[in-house]
Design a protein around this ligand. Structure first.
Ligand SMILES: [Zn+2]
Length: 335
């Protein structure tokens, strides 16, 4: 495989604070010898662990983007032992367009890993992370949220892994992130995720969902910023004490039945609240036919007892859309 076409304008080995770009050459109608410019900040001070902090893996998930833009402005080299690499807008073309996927090649970055140096821009970005940035890091935090189509209870999450020690460290990172909810997450399709690349290289990966609706709130930004601060302390890169809420709840997602998906199109009426508790069989949503009056709505029911982790955000719904995600409250996520 040829080397990545992406080059960095920062020196990852230099001490101090550098703001620069990851430059991906792309030749198009508006710029024959142009480049996609992905902003990057490196803060380094001597020897120590490297944390890779990313947002904008999906371009319409603003909580992580905002928190990392703020961190990149404030973090000083004196505060750091080791290195922090901050990429607030991984899929820069998607973030620039305010979309989940890239307008350049319709690529969904978090379904494009491990990537390809000879693919479209999205696969080329994925490949650069897989072969250049992830190998540089010891620990990674990827900040997601619901974007335009989902609203999600703010949480940090780890995954069940064959490497039990790595699973334990990742879970500790998710709990130390300090959101009110920590989750052992079940992914619908993990094969092409960034998470899977990081974990398969034996590195700690904490992922998050921090709100949604294609916006942010003072509360969701506060959770995101505190989480990033906590994560750097957890990584042993900055000093201080991890700040966790007085009560945290732990949620397990055992399998795909956590996801309630639509088999109808129409108007969504939510009958459960985000963060609320539901019982198995309880109606969590109705879908109304808006082409006529007098028709019976279709009821969707909870597949299990549990906590409402996520909901579809827009009221218009199509077949296949995820309506509600329900997780199981547990005493502990350790095994
Ligand atoms: Zn996302």
């Amino acid at each position: 495989m040829r080397p990545s076409p992406i080059s960095a304008t920062v020196d990852f080995d230099a001490d101090g604070v550098q703001h620069g770009f990851l430059k991906l050459p792309v030749s198009h109608d508006e710029s024959a010898w142009g480049a996609v410019m992905i902003p990057v900040t490196v803060v380094k001070n001597g020897d120590g662990p490297t944390a890779l902090l990313t947002g904008g893996n999906h371009g319409d998930e603003y909580e992580g983007i905002t928190a990392l833009l703020k961190l990149a402005r404030r973090l000083t080299a004196e505060e750091v032992t080791g290195r922090v690499i901050i990429v607030p807008m991984m899929n820069q073309p998607a973030a620039q367009a305010g979309r989940r996927t890239s307008p350049m090649d319709r690529g969904n970055l978090n379904r494009s890993f491990p990537g390809d140096p000879d693919g479209g821009p999205t696969k080329q970005i994925a490949d650069y992370f897989t072969r250049v940035l992830v190998p540089m890091c010891d620990i990674a935090l990827d900040l997601h949220s619901g974007g335009r189509t989902l609203d999600i209870l703010p949480f940090a999450a780890a995954h069940r892994l064959d490497d039990l020690d790595l699973e334990r460290q990742s879970l500790k990172g998710a709990i130390d992130f300090g959101a009110s909810t920590a989750i052992m997450m079940y992914e619908l399709d993990a094969a092409a995720l960034y998470d899977t690349v990081v974990e398969s290289q034996g590195k700690v990966l904490v992922t998050t969902e921090l709100g949604g609706g294609g916006t942010s709130t003072p509360a969701s930004i506060e959770i995101s910023e505190r989480g990033v601060r906590n994560f750097l302390i957890f990584a042993g890169i900055t000093e201080g004490e991890v700040q966790r809420p007085p009560r945290q709840q732990y949620v397990e997602m055992p399998d795909a039945s956590c996801y309630v998906q639509s088999e109808h199109a129409g108007l969504l009426e939510m009958t459960c609240a985000l963060g609320g508790l539901v019982r198995e069989g309880e109606v969590v949503a109705r879908i109304w036919d808006i082409t006529r009056t007098g028709a019976e709505p279709v009821a969707y029911r909870a597949s299990r007892d549990g906590l409402v982790l996520a909901r579809r955000f827009p009221a218009r719904v199509e077949m296949g859309d995820t309506l509600v995600v329900i997780g199981e409250l547990v005493e502990t996520l350790e095994r």
